[in-house]
Design a protein around this ligand. Structure first.
Ligand code: GAP
Length: 430
């Protein structure tokens, strides 16, 4: 974990939030490469769960919602974690995450009583403090979907079953943010609320379990570390009638990566009774129902952590003691798909040709880097460390026969091919 965190900072993936002011616990900033990785993961998710389907609609709802939303859904009353505070050092802990709820794990002092701590971050909306109304930064993207159920129904006329998908920020005032980007106060979620006929929820639940696993494999997660785990009634969120957590073996233990919940008609019914607006579906033959909901919920930051951990490799280079660190990222999510270099940067004829090749490949894939820093060995090491699957080098032979070398990150093997074969080669190996 320490090695990965260091790589993330050194290579521009992830930085501590507000770092120059000493940081802000539970916040991280994605750097130039981290932002690209994040966007590629979002694209892959959209490709599978939105563009790849005919029954799912994308939404981008506001983060700030009317405070009544959170009253209606039970978040104001129930979205809490058990908190204990040490009477001596004043450190706070989640009571369900420590062995002994009487003694402080940090100073062995006495812990106070366990009390429920609401995890929503409140804020005021309005210019004047005393007339402003209190609301919350959304703790889940899901509610933006439920309150727009009728709008999507009226504007898109979907047939049941159908889904509404959303990617966006969510906020939780976690008692103990920790483990790098695992437990954050500001995070991003990718969620689908899939509306189904109440009689079919079980089949749909099993279907979504498989879909989620399929996508995890597509983005390169080490599936040997993924454990679908049934969550018992007492441990489920207040809105869920069945939950499977996809747990992942992180270096700090086996923890929740994603959740799949059967939310029944909980949310639509709560919003109907609170808002007075009927949130129901009318079958073509006229019967009306409140659909039930299957919710596949993916934390984007946890995805990034699991992707990076699954990709992290170290090997010893042949004929040397040097350890090579590389990220075996899937080409679908790697920030840079290919780097292009001239063998020597002080030979204008090589640079011109390499620029031409770079332009060609960049036009096709976008995520193509120009790298003429240091010698070729150093460039390969640097690209390996950021997970670039292929490096193309233009040398003196290129000027004669329009060929280049293309080196594969995972094997270190180089092949020579015509410039106009490179794009096909990358596409075939993606
Ligand atoms: N709408 C359902 C929902 O929000 P959840 O299990 O509380 O369910 C869904 O959260 C996913 O969001 C989790 O499986 C996890 O991937 C991510 N997540 C939750 N809390 C998080 C936090 N504090 N930091 C980072 N990711 C978090």
């Amino acid at each position: 974990m320490e090695k990965l965190i260091s790589l993330c900072k050194r290579r521009g993936f992830i930085f501590q939030g507000s770092e120059i002011y000493g940081g802000l616990a539970g916040t991280y900033d994605y750097g130039p490469l981290g932002s690209l990785l994040k966007n590629n993961i979002k694209d892959s998710w959209l490709k599978k769960f939105v563009h790849g389907r005919e029954d799912t609609y994308l939404l981008d709802a506001a983060i700030l919602m009317n405070g009544k939303v959170w009253q209606a859904t039970g978040h104001v009353d129930h979205f809490s974690d058990p908190l204990v505070e040490c009477k001596e050092c004043k450190h706070r802990f989640r009571a369900d995450q420590i062995q002994d709820t009487k003694k402080c794990p940090d100073c062995n002092g006495d812990l106070g009583d366990v009390r429920q701590f609401n995890m929503m971050l409140s804020t005021k909306v309005g210019a004047v403090d005393d007339t402003a109304s209190t609301t919350y930064l959304r703790p889940e993207t899901a509610q933006g979907i439920f309150v727009n159920f009728k709008n999507v129904l009226d504007s898109m006329s979907p047939k049941l079953p159908f889904g509404i998908a959303q990617i966006g920020k969510a906020f939780r005032n976690e008692i103990t943010p920790r483990d790098f980007i695992f437990r954050l106060r500001e995070m991003e979620q990718m969620e689908i609320e899939y509306f189904v006929d109440p009689d079919r929820w079980n089949e749909e639940f099993e279907y979504w379990k498989d879909e989620m696993m399929e996508w995890m494999e597509e983005i390169g997660l080490n599936m040997k570390n993924v454990y679908p785990t049934e969550i018992g009634e007492g441990d489920r969120a207040h809105y869920s009638s069945r939950t499977i957590d996809f747990e992942f073996d992180f270096p700090f233990g086996r923890k929740e990566l994603y959740g799949l919940a059967y939310r029944s008609d909980y949310d639509l019914s709560k919003h109907t009774s609170s808002s007075g607006q009927k949130l129901e579906y009318t079958y073509p033959e006229g019967a009306k129902i409140v659909p039930h909901v299957i919710e596949p919920s993916f934390g984007l930051d946890r995805t990034i952590l699991a992707v990076l951990l699954s990709a992290y490799r170290e090997d010893v280079l042949k004929d040397s003691e040097e350890v090579r660190t590389y990220l075996a990222l899937s080409p679908a999510v790697a920030p840079v798909i290919c780097a292009v270099s001239p063998l020597l940067k002080n030979k204008p004829e090589l640079v011109d040709k390499a620029r031409e090749v770079h332009g060609l490949i960049k036009k096709e894939f976008g995520r193509v880097a120009w790298d003429d820093n240091g010698n070729i060995g150093k460039r390969y090491r640097r690209q390996d460390e950021i997970g670039t699957p292929w490096c193309v080098v233009v040398d003196f032979d290129s000027l004669e026969d329009d060929t280049v070398t293309i080196r594969s990150r995972d094997t270190g093997m180089q092949e020579r091919m015509k410039v106009d074969e490179v794009i096909r080669f990358i596409k075939d190996n993606m």
